[in-house]
Design a protein around this ligand. Structure first.
Ligand code: FAD
Length: 448
């Protein structure tokens, strides 16, 4: 089978890429190993994520489907004190802020809608697991080998391979990219499920995200995903979880009761209506994630921390930004360059650096973060929360964060820019390969 662009992964990154490519008149094939609908984490959108859906012409469909409207997020401090609120704000053509809303989604429904929409716009879905990239003698990528759902093997030849495989980091694991480094939030663990009967905020705020802080690196989320169900999750260090000796379900239920009084009063009873899921070691960064014949999008090359719900936006925005770059590439631009996607890589990496600097400031220096957010740089912080990472950046707010973090971002040669911050648990900053776990799966299994 031959295609212009082969896409590994039919999650939001892959479907969005296919839709923006279709707009450019470019044909794509999506390889997806799961049968949709399937459960997935990542249910709250940033403001600019909603804007991408509107640009795709899906705003009315989102409203019709009744996804909860998110107008902002509230963070409750330890013991429910010192709550603060960030509204969802857009920017108009004169760069003036205006009130905006975005959506919360049940990912099984949303991902299926997106994949179906990509197919309706011309993408072809191949059900199967991308097993290995196909390489030319010079190491450039020329396609992907797929182990089909029906047991067969199929080679898909492509002019370009997009890795939208999410945390599976397909091309990094295959050694096609540069090394994969642990991020500063590795050794964190997220344990989560869905509940019914939770008490949400009053309308029109009833769809908003609530975040509950317990202590450093220890927090919970509350995200309404339809009229009845709320997604809840606890994030903490894996060592703390293992130290309790509890299984994941008991741990989640106890934490939801004890973590923060503002959370427990919203859960008079804890009725879990979904399995309890666990994700450890979600924080990493892959270097050289673009090259000859390939580009990694979103989680397939970097994920920092889920605290302020940036993941969906980053994957979908990178996919959107990539479409015109691919169009130029397919018509010959940069074909013979050492890395035809070097500019795109730098541009998108700079965007995630901004998120990382904001998140690190929140964790490392909450008092300064609060001053920046509420007094000094309020509008600029609204911009970052919405996902305006690629324009008017780095803002004064981000430069102040960097100063506080004693962090210089130098954007020089490929291997020098966006130097991975590395893990606070692994001072040596050694790369990891083959998704080597930092918390052993046996430990997790024993506790599950
Ligand atoms: C605890 C936690 C909470 C989060 N909460 C939020 C949130 O509230 N809001 C938010 O925006 N983000 C959140 N995220 C991040 C969000 O889940 C991801 O950023 C988002 O799903 C990335 O989309 P994607 O399309 O890049 O990857 P994915 O959604 O992971 O999709 C990848 C797809 O690729 C397929 N695939 C993988 N490997 C292969 C293969 N070899 N062959 C074929 N198919 C393959 C998978 O089956 C999957 O369907 C959270 C993350 C974590 C860890």
């Amino acid at each position: 089978m031959k295609t212009q662009v082969a896409i590994v992964g039919g999650g939001p990154g892959g479907s969005t890429a296919a839709m923006f490519l279709a707009r450019e008149g470019i044909q794509s094939v999506i390889i997806e190993k799961e049968t949709f609908p399937r459960y997935h984490i990542g249910e709250s959108m940033s403001g600019e994520c909603g804007a991408i859906l509107r640009r795709l012409g899906l705003g009315d469909e989102m409203l019709k489907r009744g996804h909860p409207i998110k107008r902002g997020l509230t963070v409750y401090g330890t013991n429910g004190k010192n709550a603060w609120y960030i509204p969802v704000k857009g920017r108009d053509e004169n760069w003036k802020l205006f009130d905006q809303y975005t959506w919360q989604v049940r990912r099984s429904d949303f991902d299926k809608m997106m994949l179906n929409e990509a197919v309706a716009r011309g993408a072809v879905v191949v059900p199967g697991r991308a097993a290995k990239p196909l390489l030319n003698e010079d190491g450039s990528v020329r396609g992907v080998q797929v182990h089909m759902e029906d047991g067969g093997v199929q080679d898909i030849e492509s002019e370009l391979l997009l890795d939208c495989s999410g945390q599976a980091t397909f091309l990094a694991n295959a050694g096609v990219t540069g090394p994969k480094f642990r991020g500063s939030y590795d050794k964190q663990i997220a344990i989560f499920s869905h509940v019914s009967g939770a008490i949400r905020q009053e309308a029109p705020e009833s769809g908003n995200t609530l975040i509950f802080y317990k202590g450093k690196y220890h927090w919970a989320w509350f995200i309404p995903i339809d009229d009845e169900i709320v997604s809840v999750g606890v994030v903490t260090s894996a060592a703390y979880f293992l130290g309790t000796g509890e299984d994941k379900k008991d741990f989640l239920i106890r934490e939801l009761r004890e973590l923060n009084p503002e959370l427990s009063q919203r859960l008079p009873e804890i009725n879990l209506v979904e399995d309890v899921h666990v994700i450890p070691n979600y924080s990493y960064q892959v270097q050289r994630f673009t090259g000859r014949g390939f580009v990694c999008v979103g989680d397939a090359h970097r994920f920092v921390d889920p605290i302020f719900s940036f993941g969906l936006f980053v994957s979908m925005r990178e996919a959107e930004l990539l479409a015109p770059v691919i169009k130029a590439y397919l018509s010959g631009t940069g074909r013979d360059a050492e890395n035809p996607f070097a500019d795109y890589q730098l541009h998108t990496e700079k965007g995630i650096d901004i998120l990382e600097d904001l998140i690190d400031t929140f964790w490392e220096n909450p008092v300064a973060f609060s001053v920046f957010t509420h007094r000094r740089y309020t509008e600029q912080i609204y911009d970052i929360f919405a996902g305006r990472l690629y324009e008017h950046q780095p803002s004064e707010a981000i430069l102040a964060c960097r100063k506080l973090l004693k962090r210089e971002r130098l954007y020089g040669a490929q291997d020098e820019y966006s130097v991975p911050i590395g893990s606070r648990f692994h001072a040596e900053r050694a790369p990891i390969w083959n998704n080597e776990a930092t918390v052993s799966n046996t430990e997790l299994w024993m506790n599950s």
